[in-house]
Design a binder for this molecule. Sequence first.
Ligand SMILES: Nc1ncnc2c1ncn2[C@@H]1O[C@H](COP(=O)(O)OP(=O)(O)OP(=O)(O)O)[C@@H](O)[C@H]1O
Length: 292
Amino acid sequence: MGMADEAVRVRGLCKRYGAVTALDGVDLGIRQGEVFGILGPNGAGKSTTVEILQGHRSRDAGEVTVLGRDPASGGRRWRSRIGIVWQDESAPAELTVRETVRHFARYYPRSRDPEEVVGLVGLEDKAGSRIKALSGGQRRRLDVALGVIGDPELLLLDEPTTGFDPAARRQFWELIRRLADEGTTIVLTTHYLDEAEALSDRLAVIATGKVVAEGAPAGLRERHGGRATVHWSEPGGGARHEETETPTGTVAELMRRFDGEIPGLRISRPTLEDVYLRLTGQLDEQPGEAAR
Ligand SMILES: Nc1ncnc2c1ncn2[C@@H]1O[C@H](COP(=O)(O)OP(=O)(O)OP(=O)(O)O)[C@@H](O)[C@H]1O
């Protein structure tokens, strides 16, 4: 990957808050057009990372390039190329959805069509409603609308679906996919593994200020997942299992021994959740054991 293809490049990023080391040498490379997930437990340093990428927080060490510039000295034009979705946007409660989106469009040199953006986030039916009358999930979609109204090349989302019900979360995923299909580079932090797996082309797992794994979700599972477990039953009724790098070999051996069908045969692989818990130090056992 050439640096020119990178929307975000971070090398050796460090950030301290007094005695707390929030980021301890973070490296990231985020390609143009990809959806990149930053996953990690509470306090891992996700928000700090995103705020530094936005240019809203200083750093103590490291190199950071976002759309070709250092966020610390990005400037207005650079800022207009980046979409930020604020956690608690203080949009005026008395304005309607449509009025608000139109109002924010004026801040950008090259904004999208407000009507189109209201449709994109699925708020057509609420276009005439006042903000104070929106539900939490609808409110969050409006926040996303305000994040994309400037037609950003890069969208930064910090825990976008916290507090959503399952249906709202699915709808939000659709929205992210739509934006990704349009070519927007998207960086999102999340606590939710299923969300990271459903949306991300690649993801980084952060724990205590360090990237402990990075890659495509399936690849992460393969590289860090460890071994498969073969389960079966012995004729006397005893359930057995064996952890192995070569489950096919184990099954072949069992087939010979049982001379055919193996009672209770099941092969389990570590889930991404097993991998995640192990990588973030929240699980000590072998991944095969965590599935049970
Ligand atoms: N403004 C601040 N002042 C002091 N310490 C801070 C500040 N912001 C964050 N921290 C600390 O830095 C560490 C990383 O925090 P950060 O908010 O980046 O983590 P996070 O991964 O986003 O967590 P969460 O999932 O809980 O949102 C934590 O230990 C946190 O307590």
